[in-house]
Design a protein around this ligand. Structure first.
Ligand SMILES: Cc1ncc(COP(=O)(O)O)c(C=O)c1O
Length: 427
């Protein structure tokens, strides 16, 4: 049993696709294309659903910036009381700029530099999730230099079987680059317990993304709770947080999304007896379905027996179809009519540049506006300037109002770091 029909911020009003109270063609006419449009109401709805489901547990939701780090979206989440999860100095900078304080921030990531660790400690983050014993030792040294005690979590690889849709989004199986291999965790924890400038306050995992089955999650939680018991038996009593990462699946097509209340019940029975605070780091679940990409059809052609719709957005705006074989619904913004089967392809000079292949969709022609669904997560954040293409604008809709929250890049933005007169240094 899924969690039912999740409310959508997008619907047809008098035939035209709209976001909350704003017709998407209005936004395209005003802001141009390609443009990402986010529904604030939907972000709030998703966050609140999860927060309410987890209410029986002492918990904190740390929205993961990597899914969508737009300042407008972050503001919406901060107003709801969310914390954040960051994985780079850049994300830490963004989070703080958006008003999150150190106590609201979990810092993770498989390859943090010393510089980033220093920044995290200087920002007094709530938790640094370390991915190796060597990183714990580095943290101890830096914390000693700064005269602080670093709050450390160990990101454990629970080595469970993960059922993600693509191997690139599995992170918690044996042999992954992420986390501390399960049989090395006890040693890393013992080392942490002896170091003077770190305090082991958390156990953490993140097993993958776009997860629909609860068993891998719960298997991972069981393994973490088992570790906690081992640590307590060995006299380590400092652990306060159980961070179970992100990964909740969302529907891009007709997938059945996890039942949050069932999930929460299964967590309560496992986590409540430990007395730990549960942390979650959802990204896709909060923002995935809350964004649309508006793109204009530039050309239509027929080649080798196939119809092509060439749009002004492609892999530079949404890399998920070509990188993860991901499916995104596409439909015209105007009232749909007719029927065609086409490859929807971008303008980038790559054969791998497509938004959809062999897709059945309503008839579309040059000049038509298309909406690519569910681009709120891993859309703009994975956009690139390949082919020296300026990144599109981001628009936040809230009720019957909308605002450009990221301006469209200009050509000058693309070259402003390049030096016309570089200073040559002797090699
Ligand atoms: C450590 C960590 N936490 C949370 C997430 C968020 O995952 P999702 O967007 O699937 O919820 C990720 C995604 O890669 C991650 O690496």
């Amino acid at each position: 049993m899924g969690q039912g029909v999740l409310s959508s911020g997008f619907a047809r009003v008098d035939g035209t696709l709209s976001c909350e109270g704003v017709p998407l063609d209005r936004i395209a006419a005003d802001v141009g294309t390609p443009t990402y449009v986010y529904s604030a109401a939907m972000v709030r709805d998703r966050y609140t659903r999860l927060d309410e489901a987890l209410a029986p547990l002492e918990h904190r939701i740390h929205y993961t910036l990597k899914a969508n780090s737009n300042a407008g979206v972050l503001r919406v989440l901060r107003e709801l009381g969310a914390g954040v999860d960051v994985v780079s100095g850049g994300e830490l900078f963004r989070a703080r700029k958006a008003g999150f304080e150190g106590k609201d921030i979990v810092f993770g990531g498989v390859g943090k530099t010393e510089h980033e660790l220093r920044e995290a400690l200087e920002a007094r983050v709530m938790l640094v999730n370390a991915e190796s014993e060597a990183e714990v030792r580095t943290l101890d040294r830096i914390a000693g230099e700064l005269g602080v005690v670093a709050p450390v979590g160990l990101r454990v690889n629970p080595e469970v079987t993960v059922d993600s849709s693509h191997r690139y989004i599995k992170t918690g199986e044996k042999g992954a680059k992420f986390g501390i291999p399960f049989d090395q965790v006890a040693a890393a924890a013992a080392a942490a317990a002896t170091l003077p400038h770190v305090e082991l306050v958390g156990l953490d995992m993140h097993i993958g993304s776009q997860l629909f089955r609860l068993d891998p999650y719960l298997d991972g939680v069981d393994r973490l709770v088992g570790l906690l018991e081992q640590l307590r038996a060995a006299g380590v009593n400092t652990v306060r947080y159980l961070d179970i990462g992100g990964g909740l699946g969302v529907s891009y097509d007709d997938e059945e999304t996890p039942d949050l209340h069932r999930f929460a019940r299964a967590l309560v029975s496992r986590v409540q007896p430990t007395g730990l605070t549960l942390l979650m780091e959802p990204g896709r679940f909060v923002v995935g379905n809350s964004g649309m990409l508006l793109t204009r059809v530039l050309y239509r052609k027929f080649s080798g027996g196939r119809h092509f719709l060439v749009t002004d957005a492609g892999m530079t705006e949404l890399i998920r179809p070509s990188h993860y074989d991901a499916y995104h619904r596409i439909e015209p913004v105007a009232a749909p009519s007719g029927h065609m089967t086409a490859d929807v392809v971008g303008p980038v000079c790559e054969s791998g540049d497509f938004l959809a292949l062999d897709r059945e969709l309503p008839e579309a022609n040059p000049g038509d506006l298309l909406a690519v669904h569910d681009v709120g997560a891993y859309g703009y954040v994975m956009a690139s300037n390949y082919n020296t293409r300026p990144r599109g604008a981001e628009v936040l809709v809230d009720g019957d109002r909308y605002a450009v929250v990221t301006a469209r890049e200009r050509y000058e933005d693309l070259v402003h770091l390049e030096l016309d007169h570089p200073e040559w240094r002797k090699g």
